[in-house]
Design a protein around this ligand. Structure first.
Ligand code: ATP
Ligand code: MG
Length: 767
């Protein structure tokens, strides 16, 4: 691409930001005003026009997916030079740097990264280590540890009042938890940043190497940085004059619950005195009606930087309000509108998205889309890697590079079943604790472990041998796929599943093959990148600067594992031709022609948590919900549908929620309706308790045996002869029914040669 084209389709303030010389720069502006575009163009401009070496540039995005998109865009602009840029999330870049510096923080280069599930196990063990009855839930403690890490505080830096016994207990568990991670040669997500920042605090000489290298640091979505991330930025690009470019929008700060601090952006000019501030005011994304609605909602927040935002796009269509009886009819209505938009509005499925406030809302939406044969992707990047069999496989792989990883060893010590029982495991664990070594080390001489019978000893030996031979295979493995292949063969994970014979086991076996496929794909990408890097080795590197790619000598299996560990919630690719389903939080930074925002009810969105307290409208929680609503609205280019129900069952409760207060802020004219058509709060406000089942990981789980009415709920009456549709069998007529409610069995005469079938009412829709 030619240099001049870089600036052509930018407006004057955007151009000013791209052309800004050296020194700090803040771009603070509303949604859809081209902030992300400014970052991408500025990087390209630095390389093409100012001749900055690509390896001198570090660009930080909020998700891996955003990083990938930015890299692709930059490859189009810069060609192979783009390979030397570091474009990644805070966590990914911190992981790369930490691996290079591992020995400074008591780790080896082959450390593994623990996720939420692993962390919980470690907390439980740390609670035991702390040696006292801790009257708290492991989850609660883990949350507190995460918060401390977000705030850049190690156990010794925790602020605990002398009389605060609870705080002291937590500190003790936190310290034991860190100890356990170090023994396992493992880190958690928070450590990636915390350990790096503390290393840089203690070792200015190590930090200096990176300062010498990165002359330009750029950050997207800066409003959602937390203190530890900000400290890292300040270390790499120190005030007052480093080339730190941050872009963001205080109105889109939605990660306070992860420690994000909106003051970081508001106070940036004080932290970096002399920073240039650019404001972008033209929105290129949304039609005017959508922008006005978003503006009306967000301007109810009192503490915010007032911003102008205008659009020269047309007014566009009015917003659509969908009012349904319950969450099932809501989902069906969304499905109907999606189909209509595609047929009559000529909007592609891939340009549509359905948002919801909490993950639990997605199941019913998915069902309705499936039934209506609408292709969709559930954007929840981790789901594949979180499957039990995939986690088992990853656990083996992680042990292959790092046998000390206790959490992984405990996961697979008896998977596939090899006759090692709980009592044996407990004895091994006690022994390891006593010796202060990892389980793998404790297994070196199982005879020495007290109270084990000879069968147990024999089995442990076989298991230990399996792990050590896998580990030595991994040392020589030339790529990730061969290591995965060897592991699957030696552990017989796939064979065991196939032998089970059930359909479910079959699917799980296929997932493992898919996992092998993921490794092969990883290897191909890595090989392609290596070829490019060789052709394109950095020239003119000053001798004191280390310009090698940060990934340079990470062994392939380890690099593959790292990539898996860092996959986040919002990283899934939306498939070709598919509607995207995601939480509002995952929608940040994205845009779609048509957006459906579901569950606009007080108690769902805004979340029930924000409704507590004396004056909820004045609370920080409510302000954050409002920002989330602003984020949701401003994802839409042309069509915005907001939907609400009269009653909804969620988290095992049937609720009659009033319409969301955010709806009241949108002038009715924007919906093309008059004042008195605005939905009233339901007259009867009742909450019927439902059977609850709690799942530690996901809050209360919905018990679907009480599932809410579907459109076929009326099967108690005489529905014989009614026309119905079924996903698999097509359309037909009801012949008879057995039972009532959504779980009633309905006999249907289907057409198309299918004939009589007995099906469950909730899998049918009228028509
Ligand atoms: P958000 O606040 O949601 O992250 P943003 O400020 O980062 O939004 P972008 O995503 O960069 O905004 O841009 C929004 C849309 O407007 C994109 O489709 C982008 O290509 C387009 N756009 C940005 N600037 C211009 C411009 N000067 N001319 C035409 N289109 C533009
Ligand atoms: Mg953006």
């Amino acid at each position: 691409m030619h240099e001049s084209a870089l600036l052509e389709d930018l407006n004057p303030p955007q151009r000013e930001a791209v052309l800004h010389g050296d020194g700090p720069l803040l771009v603070l502006s509303g949604a859809g005003s081209g902030k992300t575009r400014v970052i991408t163009r500025r990087v390209a401009h630095l390389v093409m026009v100012r001749r900055v070496f690509p390896w001198r540039i570090l660009a930080v995005t909020f998700t891996n997916k955003a990083a990938r998109e930015m890299r692709e865009r930059l490859s189009q602009l810069l060609g192979s030079q783009a390979n030397d840029l570091v474009v990644s999330t805070f966590h990914s870049s911190a992981a790369l740097i930490l691996r290079r510096e591992a020995e400074h923080v008591g780790l080896t280069r082959s450390f593994v990264i623990y996720d939420d599930g692993d962390q919980l196990n470690v907390v439980k063990r740390a609670m035991r280590d702390a040696g006292i009855e801790v009257p708290m839930q492991p989850r609660e403690i883990l949350h507190r540890i995460d918060q401390e890490k977000n705030a850049a505080r190690l156990p010794e830096h925790m602020q605990v009042e002398p009389g605060d016994e609870r705080g002291q207990l937590i500190r003790k568990v936190y310290a034991a938890y860190q100890e356990r991670l170090r023994t396992a040669n493992a880190v958690d997500f928070g450590d990636l940043l915390l350990l790096l920042v503390t290393l840089f605090r203690k070792r200015p000489d190590v930090l200096e190497n990176y300062r010498r290298r990165f002359h330009h640091v750029l950050v997207d979505e800066f409003q959602d940085t937390n203190p530890v991330q900000y400290e890292l930025l300040k270390q790499l690009a120190p005030p007052p004059s480093a080339n730190l470019v941050v872009v963001g929008d205080d109105d889109q700060s939605i990660y306070r619950w992860r420690g994000a601090n909106v003051d970081n952006i508001l106070e940036f000019p004080q932290q970096y005195p002399g920073a240039k501030v650019v404001k972008l005011e033209q929105n290129y994304r949304s039609d005017q009606n959508i922008l006005t609605a978003a503006h009306e909602v967000i301007s109810k927040n009192t503490r915010r930087m007032p911003k102008k935002l205008w659009s020269d796009r047309q007014k566009g269509q009015t917003l659509s309000l969908l009012l349904s009886r319950d969450e099932r009819s809501e989902a069906q209505e969304v499905a109907r509108q999606v189909l209509a938009l595609q047929r009559e509005g000529f909007i592609k499925f891939s340009s549509m998205a359905v948002f919801y406030r909490v993950n639990a809302q997605s199941r019913v939406l998915e069902e309705a889309l499936r039934l209506a044969r609408i292709p969709y992707t559930l954007v929840s990047g981790r789901s594949f890697y979180d499957r039990a069999e995939v986690r088992d496989a990853s656990a083996y792989l992680r042990l292959m590079v790092n046998p000390r990883s206790d959490a992984d060893l405990l996961r697979i010590i008896n998977t596939p079943a090899r006759g090692i029982g709980d009592t044996t495991v407990e004895r091994v664990t006690d022994f390891a604790n006593e010796k202060g070594v990892s389980l793998y080390e404790a297994l070196a001489q199982p005879e020495e472990i007290p109270a084990l019978n000879s069968t147990a000893v024999k089995r442990l030996k076989v298991f230990r041998n399996l792990l050590s031979s896998l580990a030595s295979f991994a040392k020589g493995a030339k790529d990730a796929a061969s290591a995965v292949d060897e592991m699957l063969r030696e552990t017989k994970l796939v064979e065991t599943l196939v032998a089970e014979g059930s359909d479910e086991a079959q699917t799980r076996a296929e997932n493992l093959k898919e996992f092998l496929g993921a490794a092969q794909e990883f290897d191909l990408n890595r090989a392609a990148a290596a070829v490019q890097a060789a052709q394109n080795a950095p020239e003119d590197v000053p001798p004191e600067v280390d310009a090698a790619p940060l990934t340079a000598d990470t062994p392939p299996l380890q690099a593959f594992l790292e990539q898996i560990s860092l996959v986040g919630e919002a990283d899934a690719e939306v498939g070709e031709g598919r509607v995207a389903l995601m939480t509002l939080h995952a929608a940040k930074g994205l845009e779609f022609d048509a957006v459906f925002l579901t569950g606009l009810e007080d108690g769902v969105f805004p979340h029930a948590r924000a409704l507590k307290g004396e004056d909820p409208d004045d609370s920080e929680d409510m302000a954050e919900e409002r920002r989330l609503c602003y984020v949701g609205f401003t994802r839409a280019r042309k069509r915005l549908f907001v939907s609400l129900t009269q009653c909804r069952s969620l988290f095992g409760e049937l609720r009659y929620n009033p319409p969301s207060r955010f709806l009241r802020d949108v002038p009715p004219a924007l919906f093309g309706i008059s004042e008195h058509d605005v939905p009233e709060p339901p007259r009867a406000v009742a909450v019927a308790p439902r059977k609850r089942t709690y799942d530690e990981d996901d809050g209360p789980r919905i018990d679907r045996s009480y599932s809410q009415a579907s459109d076929m709920d009326g099967v108690t009456g005489d529905v014989r002869g009614m026309r119905v549709r079924h996903e698999q069998f097509g359309t037909g007529r009801v012949v008879s029914t057995d039972g009532s409610g959504p779980n009633a069995k309905v006999t249907v005469e289907f057409g198309g040669g299918v004939g009589l079938k007995r099906v469950i009412a909730r899998f049918l829709i009228p028509g």
